[in-house]
Design a protein around this ligand. Sequence first.
Ligand code: F6R
Length: 244
Amino acid sequence: MVIHVMESKEIASDLAANKIAQQLERKKNTVLGLATGSTPQLLYRNLIAKYQTNQISFQDVIAINLDEYVGLDGSHPQSYRYFMDTELFNHVDIKKENTHVPNGMAEDLDEECKRFNELIKSYDYPDIQVLGVGQNGHIGFNEPNDRMFVHTHVEPLTENTIKVNGRFFEDKNEMPRTAISLGMKNILCAKHIILLAFGKEKADAVAMLEDDRFSTACPVSLLKLHRNVDVIVDREAASKLQHA
Ligand code: F6R
């Protein structure tokens, strides 16, 4: 794991975008594992700019997202399908059929989890997995717990996540209580992981990356078990690291 402390989230997002651009150059049919939320927004803007200036193409790229709220249709502005379409997919040359987000409206959620799990496996997992991190250390929607899920599953969201993410919902009661999420094995099977974290709210979670231990009480710390992780943070997110 390499922790890169950058002066600002803009510079951090540039570094992440450049790493992804290099990957797309190496392999046109790259499998990209993608996250939603506020953290990757600048990264996606940066990738759109690279596409618009003919530096990269998504024509053969496969995109597989980490998670989706249960009960939100893709047309709901807070759904992760809507986020991906409006923040990235609609602005680049990716084929819509190559974009995969779990279906939070599936009648049979267990079947949907199985389908999604088979899907990511059939692509031999992402070449690059982009991750953000929750204030409580969650990655995807793998929340802190004694026992965590290995594969794609329905995760009950913690009170903390419901509060933090609920701020984006006009009607707080609309905030879902569960989400479909890739499990820890799905995430750890990615060939390369880029974790982004910005702002002082993420400092505690980032501080858990520094020593040699991991704990399911802080899921992001399980990334220490992976052999190829770039953690790219701004100064605020790095503020509780001892050796930054
Ligand atoms: C989103 C996801 C979540 C977010 C995390 C941070 O697809 O998997 O783990 O990365 O909740 O969210 P932001 O970036 O909004 O702080």
